[in-house]
Design a protein around this ligand. Structure first.
Ligand code: CP
Ligand code: NVA
Length: 310
């Protein structure tokens, strides 16, 4: 049977996406008493910093009976010239899966191509699929079926925005991205998301005016103005993105019961005010907590083919 990677949400069927959401609910309630990763060793290969992804995957693996090995890119031989191909081949002979956080999506795809074990995307410059699964789960828990909900993303058209467009389109949501023209999401991802939205009855729209974009939103979502790898553009980004802040005035344009989301880490006073982040509409810390059960479900999905045939 072919191995099951988790590289982006495009290649995940809606049926499998829904399976992960339903299974995550069971993990969250501690209904899953099995230890499906008994005797399995899973590598956490990180080229960028991480708090949530690293720790929640480590804990998920431990709770499921497996062993997590944290491998910083600074400590393995890749930075000294060993190829991804050779490293992936060698690590596949010791480990049962790899969770990778790296810069280029092409590099992640190369790891997946040369590894004979499942590879899970722990964030690239292009996508952050595990985050978006936790986001969809959080919205589903708060609001029920996702189809028809309006989610407005305010800020930089980055990896999180790209994956939100795909995940939202796939589940029939109406996604609006409010960003400066020069910081719109990736063009190819927009095309994919538009095609998916058409198929599933959702929409993808773009706005430069955050007030207009926030009108009638069920969910307002934001992320940092300066992503990892963009530090050299910091001054320009902060200037450009200044009008794209979730604050009380913007929140008043959205629906009365609007949820406020942020993948974290946050910079209070930049992309979101402290007042809104710590206010009654915010589900941000629950969203972060949901990374754990959702990733337990993702691990089971990738590693336990037989258990998840449905
Ligand atoms: N949201 C998220 O992925 O956080 P970390 O960068 O801390 O993993
Ligand atoms: N867009 C952010 C997300 C961090 C979880 C980054 O790539 O740094």
């Amino acid at each position: 049977m072919a191995k099951r990677d988790f590289l982006n949400l495009i290649s995940l069927s809606l049926k499998d996406l829904n399976w992960i959401l339903i299974r995550a609910k069971e993990y969250k309630k501690n209904f899953v008493l099995l230890r499906p990763l008994e005797n399995q060793s899973i590598g956490l290969l990180f080229e960028k910093a991480s708090t949530r992804t690293r720790v929640s995957f480590d804990v998920a693996i431990t709770r499921m009976g497996g062993r997590a090995l944290f491998l910083s890119f600074d400590d393995i031989q890749v930075k000294r010239g060993e190829t991804i191909e050779d490293t992936a081949r060698v690590l596949s002979s010791y480990l049962d899966a790899l969770i990778i956080r790296t810069f280029a999506q092409e590099d992640l795809d190369a790891w997946a191509k040369h590894a004979t074990i499942p590879v899970i995307n722990g964030l690239t410059d292009l996508y952050h699929p595990c985050q978006i699964m936790a986001d969809l789960f959080t919205i589903y828990q708060k609001r029920g079926p996702l189809k028809g909900l309006k989610l407005t993303y305010i800020g930089d058209g980055n990896n999180v925005a790209n994956s939100l467009m795909i995940g939202g389109a796939k589940t029939g949501m109406h996604i609006t991205i409010a960003s400066p023209k020069s910081r719109k999401p990736n063009k190819d991802v927009i095309k994919e998301a538009e095609a998916l939205a058409e198929k599933e009855g959702g929409t993808i729209t773009f706005e430069t005016d955050p007030d207009k974009a926030a009108e009638g939103a069920d969910i307002l979502y934001t992320d940092v103005w300066v992503s990892m790898g963009d530090e050299d553009k910091k001054a320009v980004l902060v200037k450009k993105l200044k009008p794209y802040q979730i604050n009380k005035a913007l929140l008043s344009k959205a629906k009365e019961d609007c949820l406020v989301m942020h993948c974290l880490p946050a910079h209070r006073g930049e992309e979101i005010t402290a007042e809104v982040m710590d206010g009654p509409h915010s589900v941000i810390f629950e969203q972060a907590a949901n990374r754990l059960p959702v990733q337990q479900a993702i691990l089971e999905f990738c590693l336990k083919h037989d258990h998840t045939r449905h």
